[in-house]
Design a binder for this molecule. Structure first.
Ligand SMILES: [Zn+2]
Length: 145
């Protein structure tokens, strides 16, 4: 599953890096429309993060793969997504841990980190597969935060 081909995002950067991650995590969607997903349950998420840029840093990296893993995998793996109050909010539907929101939040976490790097890479796409038959792709609009 991790070696699958992901949707490509068109761009004109010289370098493109992709980081795959597998994250075991639980969540629930606190809204009646979610049906049985209102109950806590688990998924093995497959995440692919696409980062691009024209400049490498002093060590020859666009961004260090390990740092991406630390930021995302190490934060969420074996946790209940809803417990991350710095990321998700059970009161605001725009912040429920749906697949769509998980993808957007991962993008925000990654881009906030990339903004601090001197070579200014961009996160162009976050792919989140929640089940074997369901996935979401998040791509920021130009200039979006
Ligand atoms: Zn679920």
């Amino acid at each position: 599953m991790l070696q699958q081909i992901y949707p490509q995002v068109p761009h004109h950067f010289q370098y493109e890096l992709n980081k795959d991650m597998q994250i075991a995590a639980a969540h629930f969607i606190p809204h009646e429309a979610a049906g049985k997903c209102t109950n806590i349950h688990g998924h093995t998420y497959f995440v692919n993060i696409t980062v691009a840029g024209d400049e490498l840093d002093d060590s020859g990296f666009l961004v260090n793969f390990q740092h991406l893993k630390k930021l995302v995998h190490d934060k969420f793996d074996h946790t209940l997504m809803n417990d991350h109050k710095d990321v998700f909010n059970d009161k605001n539907s725009n912040d429920f841990p749906t697949t769509e929101v998980v993808a957007r939040k991962i993008w925000q976490i990654v881009q906030n980190y990339l903004d601090k790097l001197p070579n200014k890479p961009k996160c162009l796409q976050v792919f989140v597969r929640e089940t074997p038959t369901s996935y979401v792709v998040y791509r920021p609009k130009a200039g979006n935060k």
